[in-house]
Write a protein that binds this ligand. Structure first.
Ligand SMILES: C[S@@+](CC[C@H](N)C(=O)[O-])C[C@H]1O[C@@H](n2cnc3c(N)ncnc32)[C@H](O)[C@@H]1O
Length: 257
């Protein structure tokens, strides 16, 4: 089957690792009344249709919603709705909510505010796809003085990954993130790399793929020591955009203290 898509959604469809993970999760868990929030081309609604009573495919962009309507026209149990999920009136309580508006640490897209809004429309025992995300951070040496996604950009890892946040989409998300933690480093470090892992279900985990959650590189003050710990306060607003990110070094400690 050939889908009518924008260039961006075409790239999303070409990312087979992303799609196959979602397909597995949907096949395992989608049932009953399903909402596919941010439906885009409609691919995830297409996957869900055989396992569901009704799928509501909600898409904010008018042109993209019209493409989804055309792509899904032959599926009688799928209804495409052109609406902003943040102001949409859910007609029925959901057995399954699918929402793929992921981005690294949920900072630059509306996944967190939308999940928070959707939660009250999910039946008890209902399913969220994806199930959640896990965020990790490590020290790096980078050339850029601005925040950027790694997309083929050169940097060197200077420590090891520390998991600093664990988010479950069936629980309300605190959109304002602020935490102080220590990360190990060795040699020159002037940046942090954030990596987001997606729990498609409780048991299926996906790392960053070509089109999902590219690692995010954040410059920090330069440090050059041997085997040290950087005590850093990281803050951002989920759904607030990359310019809400702040990374502040509080202290440098020896790794043995
Ligand atoms: C990352 S794309 C995912 C598309 C599709 N679900 C897929 O997996 O290929 C996210 C989609 O969400 C839509 N979107 C963004 N904000 C939205 C909102 N507030 N309400 C509904 N759709 C939204 C975008 O227009 C875009 O098509």
């Amino acid at each position: 089957m050939k889908f009518l898509v924008t260039t961006y959604h075409h790239d999303l469809l070409k990312d087979y690792e992303r799609l196959s993970g979602f397909y597995e999760a949907i096949r395992e868990h989608a049932h009953g009344i399903v909402y596919d929030i941010g439906a885009g081309s409609g691919i995830l609604s297409y996957f869900a249709a055989p396992y569901s009573k009704t799928v509501f495919a909600i898409e904010k962009d008018e042109k993209i919603a019209s493409y989804a309507a055309s792509n899904l026209a032959n599926l009688p149990n799928v209804k495409v709705v052109h609406a902003d999920a943040l102001s949409y009136n859910f007609p029925l309580q959901a057995d399954t909510i699918i929402c793929e508006m992921l981005d690294t640490a949920l900072i630059d897209e509306e996944q967190a505010p939308i999940i928070n809004k959707c939660l009250k429309h999910l039946k008890e025992g209902g399913q969220m796809i994806p199930y959640g995300v896990i965020n990790g951070v490590e020290a790096i040496e980078m050339d850029s003085e601005t925040i950027r996604y790694d997309e083929n950009y050169e940097y060197k890892t200077k420590g090891r990954l520390i998991i600093y946040d664990n988010i479950r989409f069936k629980e309300k998300i605190n959109e304002k993130f602020k935490k102080t933690f220590k990360i190990p480093a060795n040699g020159k470090a002037n940046g942090l790399k954030i990596t987001t892992f997606t729990l498609l279900t409780e048991n299926i985990i996906a790392g960053p793929t070509q089109m999902m959650n590219p690692p995010l590189l954040i410059p920090i003050e330069e440090i050059k020591e041997e085997n040290y710990m950087i005590k850093v306060t990281l803050s951002y607003k989920m759904g607030g955009g990359l310019n809400t990110i702040k990374a502040k070094i509080k202290d440098i400690e020896d790794q043995n203290t």
